[in-house]
Design a binder for this molecule. Structure first.
Ligand code: NIG
Ligand code: FE
Length: 397
């Protein structure tokens, strides 16, 4: 006896066996316990739901966000519209460190309220998992505060990534190596001791940290047994993707300037690519990530919103999918895979999320569309008509 079954559903399983147009999906104790064509469903379930022909997809996995912060950077947006670049603003003391000032000044309760309100959009779009990074503290207490705040968010599963090496705080000007030592010796171990860290990230870039400093961070993560990811080759090619691959990273993210060799190294290491069309769009980048090379090398390509106040104030997985199609020439199917099976892979959650398969967590959403491709095609629509979390239908905000 299963706990519940959804009948009259179209299933976009996102697994190798593809779509099932007249499907049934059953759940038991929060896990998927049966998936297949409805005529094959002979079991019994305590609750029977009529999906009314809706498409059922795995809950979206947004594998790269900076959701916890205070303030906003609308003023910098205006400066950029007048011609300033993201790098100019960062070098002039704005950018990430301006969000750091606002985030340090905010209380835990304020940060929780702000992030939970932002999260409403993900919940309305049926997201099941969100990754949230620290990196707007850059001191021990605020980095830990951000991770604790992220862990308090409710409505979906949260993965927390430590991004202490996001930018150089003002008080360390000219002493980047000292800051990296501080992060590796004090901040990361403290966050890990409190079990606040699921993965460790860094920003490897001309305006942030070099390869050597990034490797120090990765060594410290390895020492603590934590997986790594990297903001790699977003504005220039520092060989970030290859470095991430060398450390067996879960993912290398952005990748606009990644070389063919970088892609090959990722393929060999099993490192997923995370492409972030929101930042590409908002910074009006023109250099495309090496999408053909990633496809050719069979690197799993995840997509994410990169929600943050500076380079990607984007709160919609659906819009990110549309952007990936229009800007990165993704097919709608690739876009959907980017927010499901590959997004889960980029967080090391492929055993529990990303597809509709027996044994996985019963986190899925129902969509009133004729085909799944419509989700990537429409701009600003939200045809989500139901969300199921751990096997239970939930009310969306
Ligand atoms: O992913 N690249 C670095 N981090 C963010 C931007 C953060 C910010 O500008 O506040 C990103 O684009
Ligand atoms: Fe980012």
């Amino acid at each position: 006896m299963h706990d519940a079954v959804w009948l009259n559903a179209k299933l976009a399983t996102m697994a190798p066996h593809g779509a099932i147009v007249d499907g049934a999906l059953a759940v038991t104790q929060g896990r998927i316990s049966w998936v297949g064509p409805r005529p094959g469903w002979k079991d019994q379930a305590r609750d029977e739901h009529d999906a009314r022909g809706a498409w059922l997809l795995p809950g979206f996995v947004d594998c790269h966000t900076h959701l916890v912060y205070a303030g906003n950077r609308a003023h910098e947006f205006e400066l950029r519209l007048k011609g300033a670049s993201y790098e100019d603003i960062a070098k002039a003391g704005g950018g990430i460190v301006s969000t750091v000032r606002a985030t340090c000044a905010a209380s835990d309760a304020e940060l929780v309220a702000l992030a939970q309100r932002r999260l409403g959009q993900w919940l309305r779009e049926g997201a099941a998992v969100i990754e949230v990074k620290s990196g707007y503290g850059l001191d021990r207490d605020t980095e830990l505060k951000m991770l604790r705040v992220a862990r308090q968010l409710t409505g979906l599963a949260v993965k927390t990534t430590f991004l202490g090496a996001h930018a150089l705080p003002e008080e360390y000007k000219g002493r980047a190596d000292d800051y990296i030592n501080f992060v590796c010796d004090e901040v990361l171990p403290a966050a890990a001791a409190e079990k606040l860290v699921d993965a460790v990230d860094a920003f490897c870039e001309r305006i942030a940290f070099n390869r050597h400093q990034t490797a120090r961070i990765f060594d410290a993560a390895k020492h603590l047994g934590l997986p790594v990811k990297l903001h790699a080759d977003q504005l220039s090619d520092l060989g970030g993707a290859a470095l991430a691959a060398k450390y067996g990273a879960l993912s290398a993210d952005h990748l606009e300037y990644t070389s063919e060799q970088g892609v090959e190294a990722m393929a060999r290491a099993g490192t997923a690519a995370v492409l972030l069309p929101g930042a590409f769009y908002f910074l009006r980048e023109t250099r495309l990530p090496p999408i053909s090379a990633l496809r050719r090398s069979h690197v799993p390509i995840a997509l994410a919103t990169d929600h943050n106040p500076g380079s990607s104030p984007l709160s919609s997985p659906l819009l990110a999918m549309n952007m990936a199609c229009t800007l990165f020439h993704f097919t709608p199917e690739e876009a959907l895979a980017g927010f499901t099976i590959h997004g889960a892979r980029a967080l090391g959650m492929q055993a529990t999320h990303g597809t509709l398969e027996v044994g996985k967590v019963a986190d899925f959403a129902l969509w009133e569309v004729d085909s799944p491709a419509e989700l990537a095609y429409a701009i600003g629509a939200n045809p989500c008509v139901g969300v199921v979390r751990n096997g239970n239908s939930v009310q969306r905000p």
